[in-house]
Design a protein around this ligand. Sequence first.
Ligand code: GLA
Length: 730
Amino acid sequence: MRRIFLCLAITGFTLALPLSAQSIQFDQARKLWLLTTAHSSYAMGVAPSGQLQHLYWGPALWRIADVPAASPRADVSSFDPHEMLENEEYAGWGGPRYYEPALKITRADGNRDLVLHYVSGNTDGNKLRVVLKDIRDEIEVTLSYTVYRETDMIERSAAIRNRTKQQITIESAQSATWYMPPGIGYRLSYLSGRWAAETQLNREPIHEGMKVIESRLGHTGHNFNPWFAIDDGSAEETHGRVWFGALAWSGNWRFSIEQTPYRQVRVTGGLNTFDFAYPLRPGEILQTPEFYGGFTDSGFGGASRCLHDLERTHIAPHGLSARLRPVLYNSWEATEFNVDQQGQETLADKAAKLGVELFVMDDGWFGERNTDKAGLGDWFVNKKKFPNGLDPLIEHINKLGMDFGLWVEPEMVNPDSQLYRAHPDWVMNFPGRPRSELRNQLILNLARDDVKEYIFSVLDRLTTEHKIRYLKWDMNRTFSEPGWPEEKPEAQRELWVRYVLNLYDIIDRLRAKHPNLEIESCSGGGGRVDLGILRRVDEFWISDNTEAYDRLKIQEGFSEAYAAKFMSAWVTDVPNTNGRTTSLKYRFLVAMQGALGIGANLNKWLTEDTELATKMVTLDKRIRNTVQNGDLYRLLSPRTNDVTANQYVAKGGKEAVLFAFRHAQQYKTGVAPIRLEGLDPRATYRLESIDRALLEKNSVLSGAYLMGNGISLDLIDDYDGTAVLLHRVE
Ligand code: GLA
């Protein structure tokens, strides 16, 4: 058996401990599993009663014998039953349990008690399945665990199966409950926001009681993102114990973060319980979304890097063989709905000269789509704007050496459209009630299979008939009146789940049929950013706010959970969104921290703008492998400093790039040296400044100095920015 050695630094000693190469160990005698990644372990076991108990989640263990077997606890009082002190891995709502359950059901006869006990466990490589069952009825739950050893993550989900002869109704189906080690003083980090101000990072103490973050909006939502991090109260970017997780679901989701009266912090997450009632007929299964969890003692930065690696390796399409994101141009902010062949060709000519590789035509190309009031749903080309269809434009773009991408919003319909006039029943609605319009549009009920098939056929036709490399898939409103009148009343609320599953099904089939097709997930900016959609898309549009300074905070929050590779980031014109004006260089540097795009009106650019942009695009192509596939170190946060600094280190450590931004100088005070991270202290690095802002006299410095002392930059103006490339000297 191959043996891996794990280095542990304990009170000054560095010990090389043998670590079993097995990701999952089972202690048969004590019915106890130990799941181990490169730097963490997770344990659970079966108590004599049959209860499956969580036992450990923290730094890697190498000895399963150290973990005590699951055991019953005693009642503290008639108000504090033992169940409240036992950390059940996946608790049904039944008996005296008052915390957030993982599963709650009602039987056909009204009986709602559900107590889940262990039946069997089965390991297959890095996967473990544990079957639980109600103590009386054939209501079964299969818990799935996958250990992603090298990225330090564990994937969990639950499949609920009705083996009884009666229908049951599921009122809560959670993917997992995660337990922190018992204790107090924990802090919660989460992302909140709104349209054009997404993914703002919050960090607050956890006290007794429950905090809920969720979406009731039908999609993932701008208001909260399905990610959390909990630290022991002392973690920082570079160090400290952090437990974190992210849910792979693009519909209504919910995390409840509880601290019980017994000093136990637990996080339960999965499908939102709000307006939830899912009938499970005899023989049927409900599979919950995957909930990924990880532990690190490398602080918030370490937690982010685990997630980034997981996404690039195991979640996003094509995994590590996916191509680097190309430099993109998008016409939206330049033209809005006024697209036509001549105008797009002119922009394409200019974009190609800058070095753009993918030209995306945004909204306005179809039906009677001249404003946002009409045309959605009519996915045929507007002949006034494109008299000979899309192909002449696509050919023009391809001849310029660029791929062609197209904006679509397939889930939506304007009442003023041919589609709505033909199928008014296709939208979600409650009969006899108003149909609330947002941005003048209604939502097609994708939960209906006929609607799903129609949307698939429209997109399949478009991508078959035209050379479309990329779809920007938009979704520009939240759900309202989510009725499904054609279904039986008791099944109508399945819509919340079936809509998302059918959305996934459309994209999966489309990608299977068109393997070169790439997709950007957009929902009025960052309304659909999650690991569920990332399984099927190549990029996220993270915010309609493209103003560079605002963007620094939005990008910081995004980076907590998601890798730079998936972050579409555009350079646009100024003043923008909030009225602020920053230099073109600053805007480029902010956008180059993700997948670079340009969304400006190139017709308005001066020669000097074009020259600068061409240089920046060339630079981006040199560093994008480091940014997109490398390790991110957030050195200085825009939340707490007047300087923001982010560093990306390429895998293997040969290249690195530092981005630094000054927000507002006062008294002409200079910037303190910025200390780098993630370098080899014993190696030397050649520094390459993109401008004159690097103040160091030596152009070659050691990793020890770069990390110990840092480098000095001349950032003296408001909204100043620079980048320094580091090349390891062999
Ligand atoms: C949404 C998107 C924008 C743009 C418009 C088009 O707001 O987020 O990028 O595509 O729709 O209508």
